[in-house]
Design a protein around this ligand. Structure first.
Ligand code: MLT
Length: 395
């Protein structure tokens, strides 16, 4: 499947850097459900405290468990949900800004961030504001969280203050389920530990679809639905720290359902063999150049230093084998588009020439992120039982 790119990639010599990095470890997990549970090892190298339990739902969530406007895992979305989020995103994108600002005027959205973030937080916040909603940002370092308040109590406080939807980023996998159960509000997962980052997978999907030839794009989405062949013939290679990446997990759970082939690529320490068992359509290729040769899309990941928990990576060796530089791209995948969820560590997983180069769709991802997040917010606020009527009158 051909993928559009701007101009041919130029050759350049790779830059290397030598150092060792090791992380501090992740926090505790949460057990949040009396439903069927899947016990996950966040990382075999992390302490046993990180054994966490995450409700195991594939397809629609059992009625009453989560607010229907929640977006916690891509596995809760049907293909119809994915199609209608993409449709709604395009509708909001095309809408005049003044009209869009009336759509959810004065609705209340809280952003609850226990981890730092630039892209996700800002784009959710600006997306909410561009829909006319009032936003309140609570971050771990400037709130009662610092004094030891629990996630549950913080959530209940935000609800009492009128929040109708909470966007949560948390270092612990599964935290959004706890918040969903304790508040009953729609929760938008802005990244939980090594678990999921659903809005990132949706924005990556929108970016990939935008690069498909127009004919393939129009058959990809029809009648508020997206077909299971929308990405047929597209190979997406995800490279680097797969073990700790919620971005890799959400993409690997979503893209194969639309027909894409997903190749995980990285050293064993960051990509254990069992990773391919995440689902059908996912395979492992350790040799980066062999993987590149087959790729239409290359998604480069940062090494998540904060989650390495004592793992040591020889950076010089890592860069040698897995850095994406112009020479490698031009030789093995000159037509591929390059994605990165950010933050980009230039000179480590990718060079500056790649980040700024013609194959890079990194800035486009950020743009699609703001559009997708508007659609997710609209879905969350529309699904609010008490507000449904009023919200449709405002349109
Ligand atoms: C995330 O939140 O997972 C990021 O966008 C990717 C990263 O932190 O490396």
């Amino acid at each position: 499947m051909p993928i559009k790119r701007k101009t041919p990639a130029k050759q350049a010599t790779p830059k290397t850097r030598s150092a060792k990095i090791a992380g501090n470890g992740a926090g505790n997990g949460h057990s949040s459900s009396s439903r069927p549970l899947l016990t996950l090892e966040v990382s075999p190298s992390i302490s046993p405290r990180n054994k966490i339990t995450i409700p195991q739902f594939h397809g629609p969530v059992p009625p009453g468990f989560l607010h229907p406007g929640s977006a916690i895992s891509v596995s809760h979305f049907t293909l119809e949900d994915v199609g209608s989020i993409l449709e709604e995103a395009s509708e909001l994108e095309a809408m005049p800004a003044a009209r869009r600002a009336l759509r959810y005027a004065k609705r209340r959205v809280a952003l609850l961030f226990y981890e730092s973030s630039t892209r996700t937080r800002t784009s959710f916040e600006l997306a909410a504001k561009s829909l006319g909603a009032d936003t309140a940002l609570v971050s771990a370092l400037s709130s009662s969280i610092e004094k030891g308040e629990s996630l549950k109590d913080t959530g209940i406080t935000l609800r009492s203050l009128g929040a109708e939807c909470i966007i949560l980023r948390h270092p612990n996998s599964g935290a959004p389920y706890l918040l969903a159960r304790s508040t009953g509000l729609p929760i938008l997962n802005a990244g939980d530990g090594s678990h999921e980052h659903p809005s990132q997978a949706l924005l990556d999907l929108r970016t990939i679809l935008a690069h498909l030839p127009p004919s393939a794009r129009s058959t990809a989405k029809r009648n508020h639905s997206i077909g299971d062949r929308a990405l047929q013939g597209v190979t997406v290679t995800i490279v680097g720290d797969i073990l700790h990446s919620r971005v890799a997990r959400s993409n690997a759970l979503l893209l194969p359902r639309l027909g894409a082939r997903v190749i995980f690529c990285g050293p064993e320490v960051l990509l254990p063999e069992c990773a391919a068992a995440i689902g059908p359509g996912v395979e492992i290729e350790r040799d980066f150049e062999r993987a590149l040769k087959q790729s239409n899309v290359v998604m480069m990941l940062r090494i998540q230093k904060e989650r390495l928990a004592g793992l040591e990576i020889d950076l010089e060796d890592y860069i040698e084998q897995y850095q994406l530089h112009m020479h490698r791209l031009a030789a093995h995948a000159p037509a591929a588009i390059v994605l990165h969820p950010g933050p980009v560590i230039r000179g480590l997983e990718i060079t500056g020439e790649i980040a700024d180069g013609p194959n890079s769709a990194i800035a486009e991802q950020v743009y699609h992120g703001s559009i997708i997040r508007m659609a997710l917010l609209g879905r969350a606020l529309d699904a609010h039982p008490k507000r449904n009527e009023q919200s449709s009158k405002n349109r």
